[in-house]
Write a protein that binds this ligand. Structure first.
Ligand SMILES: [Zn+2]
Ligand SMILES: [Zn+2]
Length: 331
């Protein structure tokens, strides 16, 4: 190894066989972090926590600005329900509270867990981008499938009443509300995000934590964006037709039923849990084609939304009363 740089003098243990002259800038910084902290468990834990906080709140900032800018309201999915600054602040406090009380201790276990499953953490160089991209695609598909079934389970009587109801506080969600949830829900649905990489790692033994970080970053973008409440002409779902996006998940919050998946539309389509949503969209499309005035359209759209929300409140009450027979009819 190159022993000229003082930062690498402690590399005897972890990086004894690493040729630093062949590393990229980012790989060098990565090694420097592990060496600076000195303890891989703390280094991975701290980096994971910081990554989560920076990406999550960083991704929320543009949405906070958009919510405060009237120009963007033409693309708001529920235009009469723009969150107030006060509402967003209350939500932020709750999310921060759960990040520090529940996630921080859990994230501390991440390094030992990664090591147990054979995941590379401090190692450099990083893998090539091609296998990374393939692994991330696989994690997307796995998480979406896991989430589809787990989310439906969370709509079952007691699980809804005591756990998932918290996340449904906002019928018109906003970016910050993505992680507004009961700790048990964070744990259950988080399994879909972390479970894919761990399972993959267990069987293949060729996964680097940097790939997992990239996956988590994209997954956080997906979660925050799908709660944003906006559907722009340039939103991803208009480019990739099977991408769910905000338009899909916003309906789940508004109508309480349908659209249980995260990233993709195919599971809801396959199992028919998007029937009400598709009916609603078809209605809106027909209204657009009818040539009615802007005011008339807004009024009709509001009526449809009110109706969907009222039916949703009824469906929610049935679930909370554990009336499963009724629930299965409305779901
Ligand atoms: Zn739900
Ligand atoms: Zn949601």
């Amino acid at each position: 190894m190159n022993s000229t740089a003082p930062i690498y003098q402690a590399a005897e243990v972890l990086y004894a066989n690493t040729d630093f002259s062949k590393l990229s800038w980012l790989e060098t910084q990565w090694a420097a972090w592990y060496l600076w902290i000195g303890n891989p468990i703390i280094a991975t834990g701290l980096m994971s926590f910081l990554l989560h906080e920076i990406v999550y709140f960083g991704r929320c900032i543009p949405w906070i600005i958009i919510d405060a800018t009237p120009y963007f309201q033409r693309w708001k999915l529920q235009p009469t329900k723009v969150p107030t600054a006060q509402e967003q602040w209350e939500c932020t406090k709750q999310v921060l509270f759960s990040h520090f009380t529940v996630e921080l201790p859990a994230i501390w276990l991440f390094h030992p867990m990664a090591e147990t499953f054979g995941m590379s953490t401090w190692q450099v160089p990083f893998p090539e981008w091609k296998p990374m991209a393939a692994q991330i695609a696989l994690f997307f598909v796995f998480e979406d499938m896991f989430h589809y079934f787990a989310h439906q389970a969370l709509h079952y009587g007691p699980l809804y009443k005591y756990i998932h109801k918290i996340h449904h506080k906002y019928p018109a969600p906003f970016g910050l509300a993505a992680e507004y949830a009961h700790p048990a829900e964070v744990f259950i649905l988080g399994t879909g995000t972390i479970g894919g990489p761990l399972l993959y790692c267990y069987f293949r033994q060729d996964l680097h934590i940097v790939t997992v970080y990239l996956w988590i970053t994209l997954r956080l973008f997906q979660a925050v964006d799908s709660h944003s409440g906006y559907d722009f002409p340039w939103s991803l779902q208009h480019i990739i037709p099977f991408w769910s996006g905000a338009e899909h998940h916003d309906f789940h919050h508004m109508a309480f039923v349908n659209n249980f998946s995260t990233s993709f539309r195919w599971f809801d389509r396959l199992f028919g849990t998007d029937a009400k949503y598709r009916e609603y969209r078809a209605h809106i499309k027909a209204m657009r084609k009818s040539g009615m005035s802007k005011e008339e359209f807004a009024a009709q759209e509001q009526k449809l939304m009110d109706q969907a929300e009222a039916e949703g409140l009824k469906a929610e009450a049935e679930v909370e009363a554990y009336r499963y027979g009724v629930k299965s009819k409305v779901a």
